[in-house]
Design a protein. Structure first.
Length: 278
């Protein structure tokens, strides 16, 4: 258990997004979620990627028949009926994604209020908890697929904040302006509160000039958003999911675990300070 972190004044709903695949979205979502929960905060992670990698990393059953985010989005099943407790981390819950979700992109097209189904489900779930006297949730993190289809749009409409992981490698910034444009479009048309609150530099390799250059460039462009903690490239981070673990539980003393804990600490402290950030 790490030191306790401050609770945000309001539940924070953060979507972890980047249209590029393999940049560390899922790794960031599960490890930030685990670090926040480990510090005593109440956290829900919603997996909206049909690959279900976040569900795997949290050791959450997500074979084809398991009730999942698909049921929430397509059939309107309440979140409370599909979420599962993470077996290895207290205070952490997960709405899994199963392979069914691959079809949801298309099925959603013909549904009413197709862009705001996740948003409505989260609001209903929070109201349900409040009514039941359950502990207030502090963080909802949404792990997105690497595309701007209806699943990602649902995440953008449900969230207030976007967390962008940026891989410190060549081409890291490619596609970023497209992502920002898409966030602007969502803000204009669907969710005026949406903003990029946090950028995390991942797979940072201190031995290369390239990593330092990418980091410097991102910090110049986004001085407010970039966390001072960076996540190094680390074998322990990449091994953890194959054991159904986050690196926070798999090897708490590793540099990967410590840097994700530091990043989560920064996120929580910023959120506690900025009352309008929630
Ligand atoms: P995305 O969700 O954006 O597709 P992932 O989080 O799945 O990206 O990461 C892509 C790959 O990189 C995975 O195999 C993951 O284990 C690995 N990876 C992510 N972060 C790190 C890191 N800090 N060090 C080493 N490997 C990493
Ligand atoms: Mg992913």
């Amino acid at each position: 258990m790490t030191t306790a972190l401050p609770r945000p004044p309001q539940p924070r709903i953060i979507t972890v997004s980047n249209q590029k695949g393999g940049v560390g979205k899922t790794t960031t979502a599960v490890n930030i979620a685990a670090a926040l929960a480990d510090a005593g905060l109440q956290v829900l992670l919603i997996d909206t990627d049909p690959q279900g990698n976040a569900s795997t990393a949290l050791n959450i059953d997500h074979h084809a028949e398991v009730p999942s985010i698909y049921d929430v989005l397509v059939d309107g099943t309440p979140i409370s009926e599909v979420m599962q407790a993470c077996p290895d981390v207290d205070n952490l819950w997960c709405v899994p994604a199963t392979i069914d979700l691959a079809g949801a992109e298309i099925e959603l097209v013909s549904l009413v209020a197709r862009e705001s189904r996740l948003s409505k489900a989260i609001a209903a779930w929070m109201a349900e908890r409040e009514e039941a006297g359950d502990p207030r949730i502090d963080y909802v993190l949404i792990d997105c697929p690497p595309s701007l289809g209806l699943l990602t749009v649902n995440a953008f409409v449900a969230a207030r904040e976007v967390l962008i992981p940026i891989q410190c490698e060549y081409y890291a910034l490619e596609g970023l302006s497209q992502l920002l444009k898409n966030i602007d479009l969502i803000r204009t048309h669907l969710n005026p509160a949406l903003h990029v609150s946090t950028i995390l530099l991942t797979m940072y390799d201190g031995r290369t000039r390239l990593s330092a250059q990418v980091a410097q460039e991102v910090r110049e462009h986004f001085p407010e958003q970039v966390l001072s903690s960076t996540v190094p490239r680390s074998v322990r981070v990449s091994e953890a999911p194959s054991h159904g673990q986050t690196v926070i539980t798999y090897d708490p003393q590793s540099t990967g675990a410590r840097s994700y804990t530091d990043a989560a600490t920064e996120i929580a402290r910023r959120g506690a300070e900025q009352k309008d950030n929630a």
